[in-house]
Design a protein around this ligand. Structure first.
Ligand code: FAD
Ligand code: SIN
Length: 523
């Protein structure tokens, strides 16, 4: 079956939804989500969205904080653009109905998180992502020219390169014409032909054993673009959030928002010591890479499984008002956070790298865009500043929407695209192999490619990953129709990219810390 659309959007988080809402002004849109529309990383976001709102904050401070958190390897033009265009996109969210909390004087109630020198985080209690996801979805459902395909899984993008030329990454000879999409209910594979394709498939947390990300975060978009020979970069910069609730039996790990540390909560070790000042003068509010590494070190030297976050010294009623979701969730687990310490551990949280895009969200493949967590824009450098991700998603979706509509009318749909050839493929008999390989892959990444790395650990990871890569490719050749197998294959691809890029970086910088090169190059 062939479907023709002007814009194909893969993903229904902040990036996909806001791009779809904007390009719907210019043509027909088909939006794909592999689960239900609302099952996204966006929906889980807690702390909020960073933007300069009032004095004494200003653009220069937000720029400096972003670059400081990113270890200075951010793209300064991109940082400036995002910070300067951010407030208009916040207004766009408000126009779409997003309700950010206000104080009694009618101003927005701004919070603070690690690495921010000013209060600049707009939020909706501690469920900001859910508020954004629901309000944008409300808008989407009103649009007549957007076709929504939930429970549809994008298998691969459709690309062609000019014949006779060797295909290299980072060249502009490859064109994208849409994607092959598996209907998860009927098992039919649809050929969706689009003039412009947007990859907004989100994060990669599922590659790790412990993560704050929902299970949809399997890096599919990044793997698809890699297979199509698009450029992927900065994958070594995997961010671990310092404070996820210690609860080994629950996946994803429940996040204890950094906004709680911005509110005054303090990290303590088992002896009750406020250990962070030993590592950084900003204490519990240092940037995430520093805090996660400090916790990792404390756990190793004391042989503990978790550290504590202490918010008991704050006013109990205020704590409940500011963090109703966290209060309720912890209470369900038997912890009253107004009276008891919260056991926390770092967990894989956010991919700073991804599909390389330019200032307009264009990837290195023609007519293919990327935005949100799947993209690498240059904003984050070696470590993302808290709450800059939702901001990046909406700013780049807007940029890409403008850019991709410019030449729309001069583009024809590609007609001679063959349908997906599924002859000879069957369901694998031993599905248990997929689940076991999934666990092996997560163990490899957690054990050897976590917060602290070394050449030996990375070599070991690569060696072990190669074995499961070969086994999985064999399985895939016979049975492409299984979502779990396709995701496993994508995650192994992503794991490979993290290891390969980590091996190539012979220094410690931001989120990439290696025992063999403990300093930043030139320091
Ligand atoms: P997502 O919101 O993850 O959406 C991805 C979409 O792609 C989903 O619809 C998914 O179904 C779809 N998809 C994926 N693969 C396929 C496929 N093969 N076929 C079809 N569809 C596919 N950032 C902040 O700035 N502030 C915060 O307070 C904050 N808190 C966070 C808290 C948590 C617990 C987590 C996990 C993240 C948090 N982040 C926060 C990060 C931020 O939420 C994400 O980076 C951001 O929401 C990503 O948005 P996105 O649109 O790129 O992708
Ligand atoms: C949080 O609320 O701590 C998450 C913020 C983020 O990931 O930006």
């Amino acid at each position: 079956m062939k479907i023709y659309t002007d814009f194909l959007v893969l993903g229904s988080g902040i990036a996909g939804l806001s791009y779809a809402l904007k390009v719907a002004e210019y043509g027909s849109v088909t939006l794909i989500s592999k689960a239900e529309l609302r099952e996204t990383n966006t929906c889980y976001a807690q702390g909020g969205i960073a933007a300069v709102m009032y004095d004494p904050d200003d653009h220069e401070k937000h720029i400096a904080d972003t670059i400081n958190a990113g270890s200075g390897i951010n793209n300064p033009d991109i940082v400036r653009m995002v910070v300067e265009e951010g407030p208009a996109e916040i207004q766009q969210l408000i126009n779409w109905g997003v309700d950010f909390d206000k104080t009694d004087d009618g101003k927005y109630d701004l919070a603070r998180e690690g690495g921010h020198t000013e209060y600049r985080i707009l939020h909706h209690k501690d469920i900001t992502g859910r508020e954004i996801q629901y309000r944008l979805t409300d808008q989407l459902l009103k649009k007549k020219n957007i076709t929504i395909l939930e429970n549809h899984f994008a298998l691969d993008i459709i690309t062609q390169h000019h014949l006779g030329k060797e295909v290299k990454r980072n060249h502009k000879d490859t064109e994208c014409y849409g994607a092959y999409i598996l209907d998860l209910k009927t098992r039919e594979i649809k050929t969706v032909l689009a003039k412009k394709t947007m990859i907004a498939t989100g994060g990669i947390g599922s590659v790790y054993q412990t993560t704050t990300n929902p299970t949809v975060a399997t890096g599919d978009g990044i793997a698809m673009v890699y297979r199509a020979k698009g450029m992927i970069e900065n994958m070594e910069f995997m961010q671990f959030h310092p404070t996820s609730l210690f609860d080994p039996n629950t996946r994803p790990s429940f996040l204890i928002s950094e906004a709680m540390r911005g509110y005054g909560a303090i990290l303590k070790n088992r002896k009750g010591e406020d250990f962070m000042p030993k590592y950084d003068k900003r204490g519990s509010l240092a940037p995430r890479d520093i805090v996660a590494r400090a916790i990792d070190h404390e756990l190793k030297i004391h042989g503990d499984d978790f550290v504590y976050l202490d918010v008991t010294h704050k006013d109990a009623e205020k704590t409940k008002t500011h963090f109703p979701n966290i209060y309720r969730k912890c209470l369900e687990k038997g912890i009253d956070i107004t009276k008891e310490l919260i056991p926390v551990v770092p967990a894989a949280h956010y991919a700073c790298g991804g599909i390389k895009v330019n200032i307009d969200g264009q990837s290195t493949i023609n007519h293919l865009y990327a935005a949100g967590e799947a993209a690498s824009t240059g904003l984050h450098g070696a470590n993302r500043l808290a709450s800059n991700s939702l901001l990046e998603g909406i700013v780049f979706a807007n940029r890409a929407a403008k850019h991709s509509s410019i030449d729309l009318n001069s583009i024809e749909h590609k007609e001679d695209i063959p349908d997906w050839d599924k002859s000879g493929t069957t369901y694998p008999e031993e599905r248990v192999l997929i689940t076991q390989t999934y666990k092996e892959m997560q163990m490899i990444l957690n054990s050897y490619v976590g917060i602290v790395r070394s050449d030996l650990r990375l070599d070991r990871a690569l060696h072990r990953l190669e074995i499961i890569y070969n086994e999985t490719e064999e399985l895939y050749k016979k049975s492409t129709l299984l979502q779990s197998l396709c995701e496993l294959r994508n995650m192994i691809n992503v794991g490979y990219l993290i290891i390969k890029m980590a091996k190539a970086r012979k220094e410690s910088c931001g989120l990439h810390y290696t025992l063999d090169y403990p300093k930043k190059e030139g320091k």
